[in-house]
Design a binder for this molecule. Structure first.
Ligand SMILES: Nc1ncnc2c1ncn2[C@@H]1O[C@H](COP(=O)(O)OP(=O)(O)OP(=O)(O)O)[C@@H](O)[C@H]1O
Ligand SMILES: [Mg+2]
Length: 501
């Protein structure tokens, strides 16, 4: 099920066939029988991890050292630990029937593994403390039943991203900062096997012939795998962890990503059905912001969301969630974002939410915004609101629509009301840096107007960026009439007044 391994390399995915099929209850009897016939037990001692730096090795420069110290996740494992684990692991998979094990629920299977491993440890006469033994049992259970060394990282909710660059390099992003961890895979084969296990759950395969694959974990986390020969240093796995408790606008205010008045303006933009484009770099918080804005959609509105991997969590009762589909192994059956957005229009939507606008679906989204689906929203990758608008233009041009530039721009100005810019600053914090209105055209040029900005004022001694959110002094934004129509103009005036510098 999890693919083939080269012979001799220990792996949980191997389907055990040589051992007689054992009932789960009798597995420990079987293990004793097998181990009796195995080579004479050799005592093995578990040594602590070597701490000394090899002589002659240069210390990293102090400024860089902070970023390079690996974050310790769980206890440190030594080379001896891995050697012992391999020995015990081999004995375990030579003993148990993985086919039978896979039919048990996780808890029973873990108990079974614990019994057998404890027995192997005592028969092989491995010298281990109780704590070390517990660690080994946990690691082996993770390898056999879960995602191996990734398990402790997946269990943490404070991690935003997990990045694995080959077996020996695992990085995480916590609180906006990327840190290396002490987590290691046994080798690239084990890592590849875990990648395989992840993608096989969504019916896909990753190997030399199809080395790129997107998938999703059971908890909704977004996964990308790129394997050798494309990834030169071993399988490369990137996981955007799914946050169980999605951030709300009030959380963004607490983090200083937006001021309370700015949050009020965003709330009004969401509630008064302005068409919104959220622009930002990778991991800048676009999807999070989109999710927050959808919180102000009315309960009675019919909302359709289109995403590549469902990340949005709308709380309204009348929501239809759609997801694109990659081509299958034979290369057919793909359903693109454009297909979904086009289909949406036949589903009587009141608002259309596009997780990420990346290609020709931009045209269909603008059409929808233009034709009575006010309050539609989408995100795109760009570094400023203006760049966002020109990216939108190039997506339409590249989509093969034979339209003059001016027409495309008119379409953009006729559709998008507001562009909100998200950014991850160099100190790791995420900020909403612009709320910008699209005013119209002057000649061939799109005219925009910043309503609200994040001004950087300096940097403190720890390298944290200092700044403030201010309004640019525009008292009557273009969406004023819209706000008035929804009875929100006083709230808008108050929020704008309060954020003047
Ligand atoms: N304002 C914020 N403050 C702190 N953390 C945030 C903030 N916004 C988002 N995050 C966290 O940052 C991570 C990335 O956020 P998100 O998925 O929204 O980014 P994105 O711009 O959509 O990324 P991508 O370009 O990969 O789609 C998530 O773990 C999210 O919880
Ligand atoms: Mg996103």
């Amino acid at each position: 099920m999890f693919g083939k391994r080269p012979p001799g390399s220990p792996d949980a995915s191997r389907t055990f066939s040589a051992a007689p099929a054992t009932a789960p209850g009798s597995a420990s009897v079987a293990v004793r029988e097998r181990l009796k016939t195995a080579a004479a037990p050799r005592p093995v001692a578990l040594a602590a991890a070597p701490a000394a730096r090899p002589a002659g090795e240069l210390k990293p420069a102090p400024a860089r050292r902070k970023a390079q110290e690996p974050e310790r996740v769980g206890a440190e494992r030594s080379a001896e630990y891995y050697a012992i684990k391999t020995t015990i692991f081999n004995a375990l998979i030579d003993t148990i029937d993985l086919g039978q094990l896979s039919r048990l629920d996780n808890e029973t299977a873990a108990d079974e593994i614990r019994d057998i491993v404890t027995e192997i440890i005592s028969i092989k006469n491995v010298a281990m403390s109780i704590a070390e033994q517990e660690q080994l049992l946990q690691d082996i259970c993770n390898d056999v039943l879960g995602y191996g060394p990734l398990e402790p990282l997946l269990a943490r909710d404070d991690i935003a991203d997990i990045m694995v660059n080959g077996a020996g390099h695992v990085f995480i992003e916590v609180n906006g900062r990327v840190r290396k961890t002490n987590i290691k895979f046994r080798d690239n084969a084990q890592l590849m096997n875990i990648c395989q296990r992840i993608v096989s759950q969504v019916g896909r395969r990753v190997d030399e012939s199809s080395p790129i694959c997107d998938a999703r974990l059971a908890d909704g986390s977004r996964v990308n795998v790129i394997a050798p020969p494309l990834a030169l240093d071993g399988p490369t796995l990137t996981i955007r962890k799914f946050k169980k408790d999605k951030l709300k606008l009030s959380n963004l205010v607490d983090f200083g990503s937006i001021s309370p008045e700015g949050a009020r303006i965003l709330e009004i933009i969401g509630a008064c059905r302005a068409n919104v484009l959220i622009s930002g770099g990778t991991g800048s918080g676009k999807t999070t912001l989109l999710n927050c804005l959808t919180g102000f959609i009315g309960e009675e509105e019919r909302v359709i969301t289109c995403e590549d991997a469902a990340e949005l969590q709308l709380q309204q009762p009348h929501v239809v969630r759609l997801e694109t589909r990659p081509p299958n192994l034979e290369g057919s059956g793909q359903v693109t974002m454009r297909d979904l957005v086009k289909n949406c229009l036949r589903m009587r939507p009141e608002r259309i939410i596009v997780g990420e606008v990346r290609g020709p679906e931009a045209f269909d989204l603008l059409q929808a915004m233009n034709t009575g689906h006010d309050g539609s929203m989408g995100t795109l990758h760009a570094n400023s609101p203006r760049e966002g608008l020109s990216r939108l233009e190039s997506m339409i041009t590249m989509g093969g629509y034979n339209l003059p530039t001016k027409t495309i721009r008119e379409m953009i100005t006729g559709s998008i009301d507001v562009v909100i810019q998200a950014a991850r600053l160099r100190d790791g914090t995420r900020k909403i840096t612009h709320i910008t209105e699209v005013l119209g055209m002057e000649g061939d040029v799109i005219i925009t107007q910043d309503l609200f900005l994040y001004e950087i004022t300096g940097e403190d001694a720890d390298g944290n960026i200092l700044g403030r959110h201010v309004s640019t002094g525009i008292a009557r934004p273009k969406f004023w009439d819209r706000a008035r129509y929804f009875g929100l103009e006083h709230a808008l005036a108050q929020a704008l007044d309060a954020s003047e510098a």
